[in-house]
Design a protein around this ligand. Sequence first.
Ligand SMILES: [Ca+2]
Ligand SMILES: [Ca+2]
Ligand SMILES: [Ca+2]
Ligand SMILES: [Ca+2]
Length: 397
Amino acid sequence: MIKRVSIIAGSLVGHQIGMDEVLLNFDIRSTVYGDAGRNLLDCSRGGNDLLTINTSGEFFGDAVKDISERATGGNDALTVVTSSANISATLYGDAGRGLSGHGMGGNDTFELSAFQNTFTIFGDAGGNIKDRASGGDDTVTDGSSEGFVAFYGDAGGNLSGHAHGGNDRLNAGLESTVTFYGDAGGSLGNHAVGGDDVMSVASVGAVLAYGDAKIMSGNAHGGNDSLIVRAQQTANDTLFGDAQAMSGHSRGGDDVLSVDSVRHRDGTIALFGDARMMFGNARGGNDTLISGNGNDAMWGDAQVMIGRVEGGNDTFVFKLNNGNDRIEDFGQGDPGKGQHWGTDHIDVSALGIIDFSEIQFIAPFDPTTHESLIAFETGGLAVHSQHALTAQDFLFA
Ligand SMILES: [Ca+2]
Ligand SMILES: [Ca+2]
Ligand SMILES: [Ca+2]
Ligand SMILES: [Ca+2]
């Protein structure tokens, strides 16, 4: 029997549905939840709640602990008011701990604002998502400035079993630092699948982004993610299309990475289409790495590849004012050195280069270092490739 209930300190059970609440955190309460102080169990459902936040604390769209069995989180809106400077808030779209069984996270929206706040946001769960549970499609919009933002699209911990991550989105203003995990702060293991996530941010300081998770193992699949730093004061960014390390039979998704409009260009920008390290039978995706005006160090697949790993077919895109860039793993589909690098392309169409004779080599391919140096009209590029570059390696205008 379906029964609508108001906020309770215990758990929602049976077919109970939480009411749609409007909650204002204008007092000193530092823990606010939309539906249950404990769990969502059985076939219960969280309400669609509106939480307005102006203090430090922990805020839960649905339940402080777990969502399990066939329970579902509601579609909640958590909004931080503009007058709340210097607060530290942890926001959970659905559950403070985990999602398990056939539990489902709702599609939540988070609106951040104000000056120099510290936000930690979990789209669905603070802990793990396992079994056949899935995260919702969550969206963070940040109008704040110089904030410290960490966003976990689905889980703070791991995705395991047959868990699915949702398609999450972070749109951030000019932050001090940004840390982004499209799906999991820990690992994506077993048969877990990451969602197709989008990060679009501007930052004063460092941006660290993982399209899927910190590590991937088992038969996990990464999603097709888009990680874009639109503007950056001091370049100190590291973007991973999928994870820091991939092992087992894990597969990377087809990701798009870019850092652009860098003000002070002497910092480090590292773009990894898949991971920093790949082991075992891991497979890289077909990624697109777009060079911005900073000095980009680019790996279409990974910096370290050990075992039977295989890279994808990646595209490196250049435009005017590209800085001094490096492609570290340019694959030409050949056996021999770097045989796992796939068949990659250098896209020079935006530079108006129409054929190979217009590519200006400052230093031709060196068979010892496997490096060539190219001068573009307003920038440079070093390419570490399997053999000398030919017309087949480029995409022309
Ligand atoms: Ca959610
Ligand atoms: Ca996700
Ligand atoms: Ca990915
Ligand atoms: Ca790749």
